[in-house]
Design a protein. Structure first.
Length: 136
């Protein structure tokens, strides 16, 4: 089909449907996109003050259904997290990525999405990473 050929109805309809699909997936804000992130999202904010190993143990506890600071024999387990969001700001970005990589490499969760953005702080801006993992 050249530029001068008129579109038939089916081709025009396909173009409109493709654009609508693109618009739904990419032009809406992330929280309004149809998707893969369940409503039961647990957010774990990491800092550079503690080691990645500490946060890996915490993430494992959340994904297995143990509360913070509980070991397998202490108290009654809670509901396991379906989806875990690891959030790191500034220098904690490296810790957040290390934790997500370790959790994924142990086969406890699948990587769903990685988002980056900048946060405005008083007097400065700081980069942030959000990593979403789905429990297996």
């Amino acid at each position: 089909m050249s530029i001068q050929d008129p579109l038939d109805h089916a081709s025009a309809l396909q173009i409109v449907n493709d654009f609508h699909s693109f618009k739904v997936r990419f032009l809406r804000p992330p929280e309004e996109r149809p998707g893969t992130i369940p409503d039961a999202l647990v957010v774990m904010k990491v800092s550079s003050k503690k080691s990645a190993g500490f946060y890996v143990r915490s993430a494992i506890s959340l994904l297995r259904g143990l509360g913070p600071g509980q070991t397998s024999g202490e108290a009654k387990p809670s509901e396991p997290a379906e989806c875990l969001r690891i959030s790191g700001l500034g220098n904690a970005i490296g810790v957040a990525t290390s934790v997500a990589l370790e959790i994924q490499s142990r086969g406890l969760a699948d990587l769903i999405r990685i988002q980056t953005r900048t946060c405005k702080l008083p007097g400065a801006t700081s980069p942030q990473i959000l990593i979403d993992l789905a429990s297996k």
